[in-house]
Design a protein around this ligand. Structure first.
Ligand SMILES: NC(=O)c1ccc[n+]([C@@H]2O[C@H](COP(=O)([O-])OP(=O)(O)OC[C@H]3O[C@@H](n4cnc5c(N)ncnc54)[C@H](OP(=O)(O)O)[C@@H]3O)[C@@H](O)[C@H]2O)c1
Length: 289
């Protein structure tokens, strides 16, 4: 079987895929023959991105799903749409994420970085888990960041209510992505659904542009020259979603398509279980997995 049909017959959902790493990941997987669902907040923008991917890959099997994933109602609506459209789901790529210099509150009254970067993938995965399990062998790939290494789960102030910093909220959420994946892998042991997490590299995208600190805007303008392209940033998520080399691999962190050690804090199983329990309560998903 050639690369063009490595993913033939498989259905994949990539969140946050109207641009950046998500769009490049969806393009890479569509080029491998998968039916690909992409997501964004705005229906027209998401349809336009799907049309771009169809043209770029020659694959007609690209579907657009619109939902604001910072709101739990949006995540639930997205899961329902996907469950309706895809009788099987072979791969879920939890890519959606963002960075905000200032504290914002979602429709559910939660801090937006925590809500979008951590709770949205937590809830979406929980809602689609039955479909993934029924499609096993299946994969859940979550896009974290090397920034997780500077993160700490502040159980006393998870929402940054007392003290918010964009960097701290972002690093905490990316550490939460790694801990979520490790805990998920433990809970899914024996189901044939594998969970991996990755750092895509530092990639030239629209990342952080919605609410940038002035110093960050200047830094980014210079740093952009040295960043990876979105297609390069997509190489590790596409690899984890599709390669036979990672068949059966679960509970591992990758960068540059290689398994790597994540931060010391990310392996704290007690904290991961605590984070899972709190997340389940906040997302109204106490009975998951
Ligand atoms: N760029 C980097 O250097 C880098 C490095 C390490 C890790 N990462 C991680 O890689 C992932 C993707 O980052 P990126 O740089 O590609 O970001 P990006 O260019 O900002 O793209 C973000 C995507 O998420 C969607 N999105 C944003 N807010 C949303 C919401 N509330 N509901 C639904 N969709 C929403 C956007 O779609 P619409 O705007 O159309 O809604 C867009 O498709 C993130 O998890 C990030 O933490 C990035």
């Amino acid at each position: 079987m050639g690369d063009a049909d490595l993913m033939a017959g498989k259905s994949v959902l990539v969140t946050g895929s109207t641009g950046g790493i998500g769009k490049a990941t969806a393009t890479g997987l569509a080029a491998l023959g998968a039916r690909v669902g992409i997501t964004g907040r705005d229906q027209a923008r998401t349809e336009a991105a799907a049309a771009d991917i169809r043209v770029a890959t020659g694959s007609p099997a690209v579907d657009a799903f619109a939902a604001d994933m910072s709101a739990q109602a949006g995540v639930r609506h997205l899961a329902a749409q996907v469950a309706d459209a895809y009788p099987r789901l072979d791969v879920l790529v939890n890519n959606v994420g963002g960075f905000w210099a200032h504290r914002h509150v979602t429709a559910d009254g939660l801090e937006r970085t925590f809500a979008l970067n951590h709770l949205a993938p937590f809830l979406l995965t929980g809602l689609l888990l039955d479909r993934l399990t029924a499609s096993a062998p299946a994969r859940i790939v979550t896009v974290s960041s090397g920034a997780h290494a500077g993160g700490r789960i502040d159980f006393g102030d998870l929402q940054g209510e007392r003290n918010y910093s964009g960097q701290r909220a972002y690093s905490q959420s990316k550490l939460a992505n790694v801990m979520f994946t490790y805990e998920l892998a433990r809970r899914l042991d024996g189901t044939g659904v594998n969970a991996t997490v990755c750092h895509p590299g530092v990639v030239r995208t629209g990342f952080g542009a919605e609410d940038q600190a002035a110093y960050f805007a200047v830094m980014i303008r210079v740093a952009r020259l040295f960043m990876k392209t979105p297609a390069q940033g997509a190489l590790t998520p596409v690899y984890l979603a599709s390669s036979s080399e990672v068949e059966g691999i679960t509970g591992r962190y990758y960068a540059d398509r290689k398994p790597k050690t994540s931060s010391h804090a990310s392996y704290d199983t007690t904290a991961a279980a605590q984070l899972w329990q709190i997340s389940g309560g906040l997302a109204g998903l106490t009975a998951t997995a």
